[in-house]
Design a protein around this ligand. Structure first.
Ligand code: ADP
Length: 604
């Protein structure tokens, strides 16, 4: 249905009502006035006819025809009414001396016919001879119950018609003025009603566009004022609710966005409906590019896509590991939960991704460590067990064998002791490192190096290794002196063990603006490049047999690494196979950060 403006619905209605009322009232008034005039003329005619009748007297008979003319002329002169007597045989007995009004009138006009039947009657008709309407009144004259004649009175009423025409003209003019006024007032009233409705529509459109802060003007019309107030109230409530929803949504986004875990939500068609920054970082995808796109387009990892597919068809939450085939390889622990609406229908799935690469690596290291420790401990124990059993089986009877076997048992026991001591000190350092219990204090570096060299001197002499030490006495470092000494001893021990007799080992202390460095350089066998990244791992040995032969536990460098880590420093190594190795301890000067990586291994 075609829609029309309220103004164009109201205004024509008002106009029609106004004009119809005007025409109705005008017509009714004109008709009333005409009736009033005609009634008066009719009463006048009746009065004249009656007077004429009275003047003729009650004893008048048609035989006294001569008496009629003077009386009728007298009455007619006084009133202007034409009078005549009509006999039952339609004979016009006398007229009032004027020409008959209807010379060609029928013998018995309707009012005369009625009067002949004994009833006075009025009739109005247009008389062509007069060129106007004439009112007729017929009054029966009865004697002894017999109509003997009819008094026929008549008067032209053209003047009434003219008066009525004038009145009607005036009414039309007044009607036009009132009509014009009514038109104006109708327009004004219609505008008064439609304008606030228009303003409200305009405001409602603004609300629909989201401009909820807009306020509708409250019109003076009671009903519209109520409506405007209700709309304003609704808009402010909506604005409040929107604000709350936006705030909640922002809070949720902030919470999800700041989560370390990746959160990924998809709909039933595997289209991404939400994902956080961590997901993008973990999977290496662009957040803006991913929103609203299908999983296939965005996520390359087939394992994860399969996992999401399984979650969408599952009823219960479940989890699984997803391997990221990147460099380096990563492991994500994915927990998927199917999403349901209020009616329990599946609408998608949410997957929480947890980077467990480090956790899995540590787990792996722990398992390896346990296996390594067991293996390291088992070797000397098996050896001790074997020799003790041999002795018990009778070898003890031979003093030479007994001494040889007991020497081996003692050596293996020493080895066990060394491993356990190294493990304990590693454990202590790690605990101290974690709890921050390792106390650092300013120390003269040369004193620490001197003590370490002094400790190793005997072993160096045994292997005919010259140890050179050079360090400025002014160099101060912020260290735990016994632990740093232990680290330098471990490096020195290795340098001595892995160098051929007659070689030289240098221990140097120096400082720069940012750090204090301690270098232990040897001219030993060196380490090939592929081993360098792993030599700081626990129980890692380049040459197992040689290390064992030299009494190594495979924990020395690991202890060095943790000691230096506890100082906020790092250890680097440069080595060339067959030329020698240089281990450098980097200690931050007091003002420097203590967050640097602990190990940096390079092959020179
Ligand atoms: P170990 O007790 O076996 O010496 P470390 O942890 O101290 O254990 O050293 C790990 C491995 O690194 C050693 O087994 C050895 O192969 C190698 N290594 C350490 N220091 C040197 C060095 N100065 N020269 C050559 N190889 C070394």
């Amino acid at each position: 249905m075609a829609r029309r403006r309220l103004l164009y619905q109201l205004y024509p209605s008002y106009l029609i009502i106004t004009l119809a009322s005007l025409v109705g009232v005008g017509w009714f008034s004109a008709r009333s006035a005409e009736r009033f005039y005609l009634d008066r003329v009719a009463s006048d005619l009746e009065a004249r006819a009656q007077t004429f009748c009275d003047l003729l007297g009650s004893d008048w008979t048609p035989k006294k025809a001569d008496a009629v003319a003077p009386i009728s002329q007298a009455v007619s002169r006084a009133s202007g009414v034409r009078l005549s007597l009509v006999m039952p045989d339609a004979q016009l007995l006398d007229a009032s001396g004027r020409r008959p009004i209807e010379p060609e009138s029928p013998a018995n006009p309707p009012e005369v016919a009625a009067a002949l039947r004994g009833q006075s009657a009025v009739s109005t008709r247009f008389v062509p001879g007069f060129n106007q309407r004439v009112m007729f009144f017929a009054l029966p004259m009865a004697r002894a119950g017999q109509v003997i004649a009819v008094v026929h009175a008549s008067q032209p009423i053209g003047y009434v018609d003219r008066a009525m025409a004038q009145i009607e003209l005036q009414m039309v003019l007044v009607g036009l003025v009132i009509g014009l006024l009514g038109t104006g007032i109708s327009w004004w009233v219609s505008r008064r009603i439609s304008r606030p409705v228009d303003a409200m529509r305009h405001g409602a459109e603004k609300f629909a566009r989201g401009e909820l802060g807009y306020k509708l003007l409250v019109p003076e019309i009671e009903e519209l004022a109520g409506l405007a107030e209700a709309l304003n109230q609704m808009a402010s409530q909506l604005e409040e609710r929107f604000r709350t929803i936006v705030q909640q949504s922002n809070e949720q986004k902030a919470v999800v966005g700041s989560m370390i875990e990746g959160v990924l939500a998809v709909d039933n068609q595997e289209r991404i409906i939400s994902l956080n920054k961590s997901t993008c970082e973990l999977l290496g995808i662009d957040e803006l590019h991913a929103q609203g796109r299908s999983l296939q387009e965005v996520i390359r990892n087939a394992d994860l896509r399969r996992f999401v597919g399984r979650v969408l068809t599952a009823n219960e939450p479940f989890d699984d590991d997803v391997v990221l085939h990147g460099i380096p390889e990563g492991v994500l622990q994915a927990r998927g939960t199917p999403l349901h609406d209020a009616w329990g229908r599946g609408i998608g799935a949410v997957v929480v991704l947890n980077d467990v690469t480090e956790f899995r690596r540590l787990e792996h290291i722990r398992r390896d460590f346990v296996a390594n420790v067991s293996h390291e401990l088992k070797t000397p124990i098996t050896s001790i067990q074997g020799f003790v059993e041999t002795l018990l089986d009778g070898a003890s009877k031979n003093p030479e064998d007994t001494e040889r076997f007991l020497t081996i048992v003692a050596k293996q026991a020493d080895r066990l002791n060394s491993i356990i001591e190294d493990l304990l000190s590693l454990c202590k350092i790690e605990q101290g490192e974690d709890s921050g219990e390792i106390v650092l204090a300013a120390a003269v570096v040369s004193e620490v190096l001197n003590a370490a060299v002094h400790d190793c001197q005997r072993r160096a002499d045994e292997r005919e290794i010259r140890v050179q030490m050079a360090c400025d006495d002014q160099i101060i470092a912020y260290v735990n002196a016994p632990l740093l000494e232990q680290a330098v001893i471990n490096l020195l021990d290795n340098a001595i063990h892995y160098s051929e007799p007659g070689r030289e080992v240098q221990v140097l202390g120096s400082q720069s603006a940012r750090e204090v460095t301690i270098t232990v350089a040897d001219q030993g066998c060196g380490i090939s490049a592929e081993h360098l990244p792993r030599i700081f791992e626990r129980f890692y040995r380049v040459d197992k047999a040689r290390s064992r032969k030299l009494g190594g536990t495979g924990l020395g460098l690991s202890i060095v690494k943790h000691i230096i880590q506890a100082h906020g420093g790092r250890v680097t190594v440069k080595s060339t196979l067959g030329v020698g190795s240089t281990f450098t301890i980097h200690l931050p000067r007091p003002s420097e950060s203590r967050q640097s990586p602990a190990v940096d291994a390079r092959s020179a």
